[in-house]
Design a binder for this molecule. Structure first.
Ligand code: ADP
Ligand code: ZN
Length: 611
């Protein structure tokens, strides 16, 4: 019998466990329940896959994501593990076959959806099931952000399968959800494993006050840095997903929209195309990407502010799951706050949601290291600056902005506080729009007093004034701006105002494949600092290897990442293997994969070197 570490090496091709994986696995192997909280990409799957290989019988994975089961099963099969999914996409013969394999104890891992599980229980009670792994376990809780009624039926598992161990896994770590999961599943003598939510390989950037053209330009520049890789653009509205996809296509990017207004077939198709590298960019509303284990997602863009830090973190977590440097950008506009506030006010859980939005807004507005905010939010106190966020890279410089603030406040005052954000900026700039002329605002004294400042900078300053508490938004009065007491103090010269200089375009030369020395030395949670060498990879050889991978994937009808991850290919390109033996220490190249297609990669390398 192999130890968990041996299995990790021989089956999955990895050298060491990530934080907590080993503890979780040994806890499960000793047959005790567990709740595992780990960020997306943290490595939850191995925590049940390895025990399943150690146990006798068939371990069951409950997952809501039927469309992804095939990929997970393919990935396990590619590594030589007997896994299958019971679902309605199979023929009845196929499902019978799967059942027979489980009955004869050959099948190690069985994927099933919660609704299907309900029907299969009588049959399942007759086979040997050592473990139930409940994936996306937050779906059981109304507090979570993705409640699914089918999940509540899982509460009966312990009673129906007294011999089975139950483990719940999720990337949502807030306290109420956590307690709800434990109670509803009735976890016994359980332990909670909370892993670090740090994902140091994801860069964090917030760009505020960008117009939609600016956003598209910025997205195109991100795409150009990641040719041949994939990315996701999250938008608030369906309309925007369509619009952004359209604009990207017009620039030659293969992009598609994904939203709840599409039929489930259409959505599955987009998802499949994305997983199989047939389209590079998906512009999606929040529903997209749950459970996708696609290693070459190199960027995630939020076209609008998300509604909570939980959703934000889960969404950016879809980038860089292989640990390689990946970019995340959050665009943040005044209009987003207005739209989201309106959603919140109409939502059922107004207080909770409003609180969550406040935290999100504070994150976007903050002038301290963004990663520190995130980690503190998830309860990991963090005192180091990360070196990989916009604030760390370009600490904001400030200036005495009293006069600018006074100009803006007096414009607001002279319209009797009856204008919103955009119009304030236009009046300051001296912009005679129809609306401004109709209201006679082009006659007021402050009209055009700020013409020396760009409209974009005015937007930025007004946002800062909002965050500094000089103005507030009257949501119940057509979002007009109102001057607060501290605003009046500045307006009447009693206090001075410090503003940050708006950040212009990114310095072009800046290295994006960061990992600053400081962080490397001080951050012990950083499990992926070893990738610097992989980034030296020979690009040409990398492309050759990608083609080889694509051929193998197509022959097997798999997505490319099921064959090998980008990170593995990069290692191969950096240290080209000349024989099968050279493959044994390559990240992610397990024994079964070496046996199945190791030679193909060695041959590709040799042919490349002979050219
Ligand atoms: P999630 O927590 O989101 O379910 P996954 O289980 O899909 O994350 O893991 C994310 C990626 O990390 C996968 O590609 C997986 O193979 C890889 N991974 C997991 N554990 C390790 C490890 N110990 N060493 C190297 N890679 C790992
Ligand atoms: Zn930082």
């Amino acid at each position: 019998m192999q130890s968990p570490l041996q299995i990790l090496k021989s089956v999955f091709g990895y050298d060491s466990f990530r934080p907590l994986q080993e503890e979780i696995i040994s806890h499960i192997i000793s047959r005790q329940d567990a709740l595992v909280l780990m960020p997306t990409g943290g490595g939850k799957s191995l925590c049940y896959q390895i025990p399943a290989l150690v146990f006798e019988g068939t371990s069951v994975v409950v997952s809501p994501l039927i469309s992804l089961m095939k990929d997970q099963v393919d990935a396990l099969n590619a590594s030589g593990i007997a896994a299958a999914a019971l679902n309605s996409n199979n023929t009845e013969e196929e499902n019978d076959d799967i059942r027979a394999h489980a009955e004869s104890k050959e099948l190690k891992i069985l994927y099933i959806s919660p609704e299907r599980l309900q029907r299969e229980i009588p049959w399942m009670q007759r086979i040997s099931i050592p473990l139930f792994a409940i994936d996306e376990a937050h779906c059981i809780s109304q507090w979570g952000h993705d409640f699914r009624p089918e999940y509540t039926q899982l509460g009966c598992l312990h009673q129906k399968f007294p011999a089975a161990t139950i483990m719940a896994l999720t990337a949502t770590a807030d306290k109420l959800t956590k307690e709800d999961i434990i109670n509803q599943l009735g976890l016994n003598s359980h332990k909670v494993f909370l892993s670090s939510f740090d994902r140091p390989n994801l860069s964090l950037d917030v760009k505020r006050g960008y117009s939609s053209q600016d956003k598209i330009r910025e997205i195109l520049s991100i795409i150009s840095r990641h040719k041949g890789d994939s990315g996701i653009v999250y938008c608030l509205s369906r309309k925007n997903t369509e619009k952004v996809a359209e604009q990207l296509r017009a620039k030659g990017v293969s992009a598609k929209a994904y939203h709840a207004g599409m039929s489930s077939e259409e959505r599955n198709e987009v998802q499949e195309e994305f997983i199989n590298d047939k389209i590079d960019v998906v512009c999606a509303t929040i529903a997209f990407g749950m459970g996708i284990d696609k290693s070459n997602v190199r960027f995630v863009v939020h076209y609008n502010l998300p509604k909570s830090i939980e959703s934000f973190y889960q969404e950016i977590g879809r980038a860089g799951r292989d640990g390689l440097p990946s970019e995340t950008v959050l665009f943040y506009n005044f209009q987003d706050i207005v739209t989201l506030r309106n959603f919140v006010n109409e939502s059922g859980q107004k207080e909770i949601n409003s609180e969550k939005l406040d935290r999100m807004q504070e994150y976007a507005e903050s002038l301290i290291c963004r990663r520190r905010i995130l980690l503190n939010y998830f309860g990991e106190s963090s005192n180091d600056n990360c070196g990989n966020c916009d604030i760390c890279r370009r600490p904001p410089r400030r200036f005495n902005g009293t006069i600018l603030v006074q100009k803006a406040l007096s414009a607001i005052k002279r319209t009797n506080e009856k204008i919103g954000f955009t119009m304030t900026a236009q009046i300051l700039k001296g912009f005679s729009s129809d609306e401004i002329v109709q209201n006679g605002y082009d006659k007021i004294k402050t009209f055009g007093v700020g013409s020396g400042t760009t409209l974009k900078h005015w937007h930025d300053y007004l946002l800062q004034m909002l965050h500094l508490g000089y103005i507030e938004i009257a949501y119940n009065e057509a979002n007009h701006l109102k001057i607060t007491d501290s605003g009046n103090a500045v307006l009447f010269g009693k206090e001075r105002a410090e503003l940050a200089i708006p950040v212009e375009k990114e310095p072009e030369k800046e290295s994006r494949t960061r990992v600053s020395g400081k962080r490397k030395a001080t951050n012990t949670r950083n499990y992926n600092t070893d990738y610097a060498s992989a980034s030296d990879a020979n690009e040409e050889l990398f492309d050759v290897l990608r083609r080889t991978r694509k051929q193998i994937a197509d022959e097997n009808n798999w997505p490319a990442y099921v064959v090998l991850s980008d990170r593995t290919l990069k290692e191969l390109a950096a240290t080209p293997p000349l024989s099968i033996d050279d493959l044994h220490n390559v990240y992610g190249f397990g024994e079964k994969k070496i046996e199945k297609f190791g030679q193909r990669f060695v041959d590709a390398v040799k042919a490349y070197l002979r050219r």
